[in-house]
Design a binder for this molecule. Structure first.
Ligand code: HEM
Length: 517
């Protein structure tokens, strides 16, 4: 055979292989999506390219106070329930308030939590976001127990206020800084203290904080485990973070053992009243399970609430009327406290007076949509509103689309905290200090059903206390333009640079606290 003939043969056999591979891919794709269409009545939609589907346009960053151009187009073309191919899987996307509620309420029966595998790789296989069934229930009980209303009243309110004052007290008159970083500092310090009794500013706390920044970048990046990628760096950070937690755990076990020997001599060392101590004493979790629980609680507990605080700072600087009304409310609260001559620090009754503040919080969460959607999959074939959702398909309830729906909220792009004031005047509603109603109506910033955010009450309290001291002590403005974007995790690309000015009045809470301590 001549060289030319050989090359010809090689070339034609390679072409044949490529062609047959292509044919197999097309047949497989056709088999997966099209055949089912004939039997089942799937919602309308576009499955996009093989494998990657529509993931790329779906994840393109957009203004956080919108659902993004891409989703808007899909909804106007196909309606509020449409099919797609996202994250490598056939998916039903729901912008429909009723379907979203139906999905969340039927957790474990018709649908189940199902995050991309990369999330499990980074948060750990025992993370609450990944667990389902009994194990999820047990871990959830621990978290709920630790953030119960009783604990909020007796412990957390004081802690939250102390950490707020620590951050706000460091702001110099006329200084410029990143409000997003300051909010992160506040929520991280609070969580590190509450979970493992780690003190703000200490080298170990600072190290953990900087590892968490790298870690976060990986949680939200493409899960490519190659040298140099954000995901690979985050996996490294994960192991550093776990080492810190493990060391804390060993120290604590040692301390608890010391206590026992000392108790024989009737000496009791006061143990830290934190989550770590609680799980070590009251649960049968393995070391690996405790590490994942703590790592993911630290993650769930500081990222979302810091973004929410940054969003409140942002929305309020554009709405001076709301700042004025907040000030009136908070001046009333401190004024009444002063008259009674009691404690300077906030107590539960003060928190319950913060009615307009709760409206500002609801509005911030509605418009900012920190958690825009959650990941679920169908456990069975489900028939809903005339459509079939096949067993095994991914389902994404998109809360943001409901929160920004003009049929549910008038003028949805407008920051209007007053819309929450008179529930009967509203199509959507929030309730003061209650999570139960958020489950049953169209407002779902914390999800719903058996997986409703375990920290929702704490998050609202953090926002309220932060706002209390913010409006009583500062005026602020944007130093450079910035805007929240959805990547789809919400972030201010410039870190929300603000300039603050001391606000002088006779109830300056920072001065009052300094004098008392
Ligand atoms: C404004 C701030 C927050 C928002 C918007 C938020 C939102 C959410 C949402 C939507 C879920 C449901 C996820 C799903 O169904 O797949 C969730 C779950 C969870 N959140 Fe939050 N969260 C916030 C703050 C917090 C805080 C401060 C903590 C405290 C540690 C926390 C702890 C958790 C936990 C443990 C879960 C898992 C619950 C379960 O699976 O049973 N969150 N959060």
């Amino acid at each position: 055979m001549s060289e030319v003939e050989l090359l010809h043969l090689l070339f034609s056999s390679t072409t044949t292989t490529i062609l047959s591979l292509l044919l197999i891919i097309i047949m497989w794709y056709h088999h997966l999506f099209k055949r089912k269409d004939k039997v089942l009545k799937l919602p309308p939609g576009n499955m996009g390219l093989p494998f990657i589907g529509e993931t790329i346009p779906y994840l393109r960053p957009y203004s956080a106070i919108t659902v993004g151009e891409y989703m808007e187009k899909q909804i106007s073309r196909y309606g509020k329930i449409y099919k797609s191919n996202l994250f490598g899987e056939p998916t039903i996307v729901s912008a429909d308030a009723e379907l979203n509620r139906f999905i969340l309420q039927n957790e474990g029966r018709l649908f189940e939590c199902s995050y991309p595998r990369s999330i499990g790789g980074i948060l750990g296989k025992w993370s609450m976001l990944v667990l389902v069934g009994d194990m999820h229930r047990d871990m959830r009980m621990i978290s709920l127990n630790f953030m119960s209303n009783t604990r909020l009243k007796t412990h957390l309110l004081k802690e939250v206020e102390m950490h707020t004052l620590l951050v706000l007290g460091s702001w110099k008159d006329n200084s410029v800084f990143s409000a997003q970083d300051e909010a992160k500092k506040f929520t991280f310090n609070l969580m590190a203290r509450h979970i493992m009794s780690m003190d703000p500013g200490k080298p170990e706390t600072e190290k953990l904080k900087s590892e968490y920044i790298t870690f976060m970048k990986g949680v939200v990046s493409a899960p490519l485990n190659f040298p140099g990628t954000a995901y690979r760096r985050a996996l490294k950070s994960r192991s550093c973070i776990l080492k810190v937690i493990e060391q804390k755990m060993e120290e604590r076990i040692e301390k608890m053992n010391d206590n026992r020997t000392l108790m024989g001599e009737k000496v009791v060392i006061k143990e830290e009243d934190d989550l770590l101590g609680w799980v070590l004493k009251h649960s049968n979790l393995s070391t690996e399970q405790i590490l994942d629980l703590i790592l993911s609680l630290l993650f769930a507990g500081h990222e979302t609430s810091s973004v929410s605080i940054a969003l409140a700072i942002y929305f309020l600087q554009g709405c001076s009327k709301a700042v004025e009304e907040l000030r009136e409310e908070h001046l009333r609260i401190v004024g009444a406290k002063k008259q009674l001559g009691g404690e300077v620090g906030l107590v539960w009754e003060d928190y319950k007076q913060m009615e307009f503040t709760q409206c500002v919080i609801s509005e911030t969460l509605r418009l900012g949509n920190v958690v825009r959607f959650v990941h679920r999959k169908a456990l069975k074939d489900v028939h809903y509103k005339g459509y079939d959702i096949p067993c095994g398909w991914k389902v994404l309830p998109v809360f943001a689309a409901v929160h920004l729906d003009p049929l549910i909220y008038d003028d949805p792009q407008l920051f209007n905290p007053w819309r929450w004031q008179n529930r009967s005047n509203n199509k959507g509603s929030a309730s003061l200090l209650s999570t139960s109603t958020t489950v049953t109506n169209n407002f779902m910033p914390f999800g719903g059903g058996p997986r409703l955010c375990a920290g929702s009450e704490l998050a609202k309290m953090e926002m309220a206390v932060f706002i209390h001291h913010l409006v009583l002590n500062y005026n602020w403005e944007l130093d450079k333009p910035d805007h929240p974007f959805a990547f789809p995790f919400v972030e201010f690309p410039n870190g929300l640079p603000i300039k603050v000015h001391k606000y002088h009045h006779h109830h300056n809470t920072l001065t009052m606290h300094r004098q008392q301590s």
